[in-house]
Design a protein around this ligand. Structure first.
Ligand code: ADP
Ligand code: MG
Length: 245
């Protein structure tokens, strides 16, 4: 099967506002698909619907070419192997860096995971993902003590720890220093090599060109264009939507 996620006529409204307006897109399996579009075009809302944070008002979602879902609940989303990062980072602030990852690795509730005696297996897994994002030397620090960039890296570590096959990154690069940008890009391409499906919401077109196999352009909740980065970024309609020309 070719697509990890397909949306068919997806609609999401807030009050009278259509944040997602009959959106039909297909996200290729094992590829990095960029989602771009002006602020307010519905990118984060799409992520929220695809991960069960919001329920759709219309349309369906097909995961891995299988069942057509009229709605997705958070628990189902995890079982389907989908995970995401948040545009505004969400961590357990008072827990250590290591515990923030262990909570995910052990798949328990926060309290269950904390009171469990961690097996070496869990610890090793947490260590591996923290090393991957360069935070192993911070393992004992509280999440609240980290810098902004480190917090974003910790959130990425938490998504890696889920071992999900489909990962949605909502502006993971925003506010990162160049060396952190490099690290995150390395993680993206490694995940693709592992066969994972990556959805990357990003405003930096140089990063989109560099990383993405496909790009979906949203405007006012609708699909504006779809194609390779080269095709899409040369599209007059896309340039107009961004520059308001
Ligand atoms: P993007 O991520 O592309 O900047 P969003 O998905 O955040 O766009 O927002 C799309 C539209 O939906 C905007 O008009 C925004 O104000 C609205 N919106 C998003 N989330 C909510 C919400 N929880 N309640 C009300 N309106 C929302
Ligand atoms: Mg957003």
């Amino acid at each position: 099967m070719k697509y990890a996620i397909q949306t068919k006529g997806m609609v999401k409204e807030f009050g009278g506002v259509r944040a997602i307006d009959k959106l039909s897109i297909s996200l290729s399996k094992g590829k990095i698909t960029g989602i771009i579009g002006p602020n307010g075009s519905g990118k984060t809302t799409l992520t929220n619907v695809l991960t069960g944070f919001h329920q759709m008002d219309g349309g369906t979602i097909v995961i891995n070419g299988e069942t057509e879902h009229g709605r997705l609940r958070s628990r189902e989303v995890l079982e389907l192997g989908i995970t995401r990062t948040f545009q505004g980072v969400r961590l357990f602030e008072q827990l250590s860096v290591l515990d923030n990852v262990l909570v995910v690795v052990t798949k328990r509730s926060v309290w269950g995971a904390l009171f469990e005696r961690h097996q070496k297996f869990h610890y090793d897994q947490a260590k591996e993902v923290l090393e991957r994002v360069g935070l192993w030397n911070k393992q004992g620090a509280k999440a609240a003590e980290l810098s902004y960039g480190q917090r974003k890296l910790l959130e990425i570590a938490r998504t890696l720890a889920t071992k999900a096959d489909i990962v949605l990154f909502d502006e993971p690069y925003a506010g990162l220093f160049p060396e952190m940008v490099k690290m995150v890009s390395g993680i993206m391409t490694e995940l693709r090599e592992e066969g994972k499906t990556i959805i990357l919401i990003e405003h930096d077109m140089a990063l989109i060109r560099q990383l993405c196999d496909r790009v979906v352009v949203m405007d006012a909740g609708k699909l504006l264009a779809e194609g390779t980065p080269h095709e899409v970024l040369a599209d007059k309609r896309v340039i107009e939507a961004y520059l308001g020309a």
